[in-house]
Each structure stands twice: as structure tokens, then as C-alpha cells.
Design a protein around this ligand. Structure first.
Ligand SMILES: *Cc1c(COP(=O)(O)O)cnc(C)c1O
Length: 399
């Protein structure tokens, strides 16, 4: 049969457009078909087409899994119903008694899953600022089996050194797991820098349109292939064919979207810094961001996520009420700009002391910059700030 594979040497933009396969081999379909079938006929007793039941393997999902592996420079990809489904699966390769060191400033749902569930099954976790190497090293114990990091972190945009973390944990035979959701494989490829497993919430930049949920694990370790496949098949959080297709379709425009998200974010981050209502802006693309040069050394871009402290927490309700183009909604990475209040949304599960230590206070806002015209996004924020500050009482705004 003809070789349908996309060439590994193509540039990232080309790789995202084409995915793992240039076309579907049976029909030549340019867009991968949606195999909306729960089960597959066997040709004979010991004969197989490679497909039997869609919880285990489905052709549309399999193409997406190959595509993720291709984009992350990994050998194996696994697709789950959500990002949390992927994270729940990866933790099951560990055993009770194992200890994991985890970035303290990360997606609140990951915190909840680890601390409110897995902590009760004999796992233990240390939450540290992994952008500080000395603290990360100090948190290791004899029973530490993995480092689980998010970089840039959510929501404080701290950057952790992937290469150094890899070396550190490998010396003890442990694994480095990196949640790469914020930059997507277009801007950052942790497996190339020593990570063992990459996690994605495909709900975000990969699918990119705020219209579906998905999650991924990508790795290159043959000894993890069977256990992880088994977990995926046994737990039943496998991604459905239609959602696999939506994610495949989203990935085709990942490169142009990421470029635009970043261009917009840089403009907006600089503008936000000048506003009297804003106290501090967190964006790794600022040259004075503490890990700016580290960012440049391990990623090809800074992404489209910005966090900022307002000067006054009293401005929060009015700002959220008065934005109109920017939607006040949880999630990120889609074409539409979204504003989030981590305190009550994404990071609500994190205990107050830990949340405050990580920097998530009542003045923190998170902006997922969309691909609209940046002037319109700025104008929306300008108007919202203006209405916050000019004599409109909070009760009027709430009314
Ligand atoms: C959203 C998110 C998750 C969870 O993914 P879901 O698809 O919502 O389950 C995990 N990590 C990060 C960084 C996220 O932003």
C-alpha cells in the first residue's frame, strides 16, 4: 500500500495541518472519517482487523492518537474523554506507597483528583513551586516515583525547567510527567527535553473551538504501552469517535491559531500593564518575566494565556459583568476570548492557605486571549475598566 504518513522532517505548521496521515488509506478521504461504530466484525475465529470494540480501539480515535504522538515526537498516544480522564489514567501506573512531587500552581482539577481521591488510596503528594529547582530537589523522598509539572503554570505563568527536572528524577529512576496544555505541541515538546509522559487537555488549544472535550497521554516508553492501553480500555474514559474527529479537525489549524493567540496576547499583556486598575501582569513573553530566557530555551512561543492582579478586589464583580466581547466563562484555548476568576472557578478546590501561597488571591484574573482583532479585545477591557471606575456603584452594576 502507498505510504500515507506525513514526513517527520516537515516544520511544525505543516505537521499540524496534515497530522500523522496525509489521507485515509482505504478511500483516500482527506478528512479522517468518523467511525461511529461501537463494535467491529471479526473475519474469523483467530482473525482480526485490529479493531473489535470501540472502548479499546476505534479507527477515528486511533488516527487522532497517532497524530498526537506525531506532534509531540512520541511513539504512543492515548486519547481520553477529557484531560482529567488522561490524568486519572496516568496516576494508575503508580502504586500505593508511591510519592509524587507536583507543581503547587497547577490546574485545580488535578489538585482535587490527587488530594481528594488518590491521597485516600495510599498515594502521597508534595506540592511545590517547581519553578524553584532547589525546592523541587528538596521535596524528593526515597519513595518518590514521579515529578508532575505544569509549565507554564496555571494560573501564575511560572516556568519550570523541563530538562533539569528530567535529569533530577531520572537519577532516581522516576518519571517526569508534563502537562503541556498551555503551550500545545506547536510551541513546546517536553518529550524532546527528557519528559517521559506528556499530558494534554485537548479541550483547550488542540481542539481550539470551545466545542468539545478530550484528553491525551503521549510517551515513548514501550514498557508503559501495555499498562496504559489496559487502563484506557478498562476504565472506559476513551474518547468518542465524533469528539475525536472534532479534535482532529481543530488540530489542522493549531499553528495559525497559536501564532495569532500569541500575537494578541503580547499586545494585550503590554496594554494591561499600563492600566491604572491593574497591579501586576503575568505573561512569560515579558522580557522581565523571571523565567523569560528559560522559556525561550525550551519553548518556541509564550502562548495566549495572561493572568493579572487588579489593584482592588472590589473591581472584580464589575469587570466580569461589564466585559461583553470577552466572555466570563471557565476554560481556555479557544478562538473566543474568555475571562476566568480562578478563586471561584478553576482553583476553587485548593485550600486557602495553599492557594494564597501560590499567588491565587481575590484580585487575580485569568484571560484566555482569543483570535479576535486585538483592538476589539482591548476596547472591551477598556470599556469594562472605565465602567468599573467611574462612579457606578457595585449595586447598580449587579442590578
Ligand atoms: C483544563 C485542563 C485540564 C483538565 O482537562 P479537561 O479536558 O477539562 O478534563 C488539565 N490541565 C490543564 C492545564 C487544563 O487547563
Amino acid at each position: 500500500m502507498e505510504d500515507t504518513h506525513c514526513n517527520n522532517d516537515y516544520a511544525p505548521a505543516t505537521r499540524t495541518v496534515h497530522g500523522a496521515a496525509l489521507f485515509e488509506p482505504h478511500t483516500g478521504a482527506v478528512s479522517t472519517p468518523i467511525y461511529q461504530s461501537s463494535t467491529f466484525r471479526h473475519p474469523g475465529l483467530y482473525e482480526s482487523t485490529g479493531f473489535d470494540y470501540s472502548r479499546g480501539v476505534n479507527p477515528t480515535r486511533a488516527e487522532l492518537e497517532r497524530t498526537l504522538a506525531f506532534l509531540e515526537n512520541g511513539k504512543y498516544g492515548l486519547a481520553f474523554a477529557t484531560g482529567m480522564g488522561a490524568i486519572s489514567a496516568v496516576i494508575k501506573i503508580f502504586r500505593p506507597g508511591d510519592h509524587l512531587v507536583v507543581s503547587e500552581d497547577l490546574y485545580g482539577g488535578t489538585y482535587r483528583l490527587f488530594n481528594e481521591y488518590y491521597a485516600h488510596y495510599g498515594f502521597s503528594f508534595s506540592w511545590v513551586d517547581t519553578s524553584d529547582f532547589a525546592k523541587t530537589e528538596a521535596a524528593l523522598r526515597p519513595e518518590t516515583k514521579a515529578l508532575f509539572i505544569e509549565t507554564p503554570s496555571n494560573p501564575m505563568m511560572k516556568v519550570t525547567d523541563i530538562r533539569r527536572c528530567g535529569e533530577l528524577i531520572h537519577k532516581r529512576g522516576g518519571l517526569l510527567i508534563v502537562d503541556n496544555t498551555f503551550l500545545s505541541p506547536y510551541f513546546q515538546n517536553p518529550l524532546k527535553m527528557g519528559a517521559d509522559i506528556v499530558v494534554h487537555s485537548g479541550t483547550k488549544y488542540l481542539s481550539g473551538h470551545n466545542d468539545t472535550l478530550s484528553g491525551f497521554l503521549v510517551h515513548s516508553r514501550p514498557e508503559l504501552d501495555v499498562p496504559l492501553r489496559n487502563i484506557q480500555k478498562s476504565e472506559g474514559a476513551s474518547l468518542a469517535p465524533f469528539d475525536a474527529w472534532l479534535t482532529l479537525r481543530g488540530i489542522k489549524t493549531l499553528a495559525v491559531r497559536m501564532e495569532k493567540h500569541e500575537k494578541n496576547a503580547l499586545k494585550i499583556a503590554h496594554w494591561l500593564r499600563e492600566q491604572p486598575e491593574v497591579d501586576r501582569v503575568f505573561y512569560p513573553g515579558f522580557e522581565d518575566h523571571p523565567q523569560y530566557s528559560l522559556s525561550r530555551s525550551q519553548a518556541r512561543g509564550f502562548g495566549g494565556m495572561i493572568s493579572f492582579y487588579l489593584k482592588d478586589a472590589d473591581l472584580v464583580p464589575a469587570l466580569l459583568k461589564n466585559v461583553s466581547l470577552i466572555l466570563f466563562a471557565e476554560s481556555l484555548g479557544g478562538v473566543e476570548s474568555l475571562i476566568t476568576y480562578p478563586l471561584v472557578q478553576t482553583h476553587e478546590a485548593i485550600p486557602e492557605a495553599m492557594r494564597l501561597a501560590a499567588g491565587v488571591n481575590d484580585r487575580l484574573m485569568r484571560l484566555s486571549v482569543g483570535i479576535e482583532d486585538p483592538g476589539d479585545i482591548i476596547e472591551d477591557l477598556r470599556r469594562a475598566f472605565h465602567r468599573c471606575g467611574h462612579g457606578t456603584s457595585k449595586t447598580e452594576i449587579r442590578a
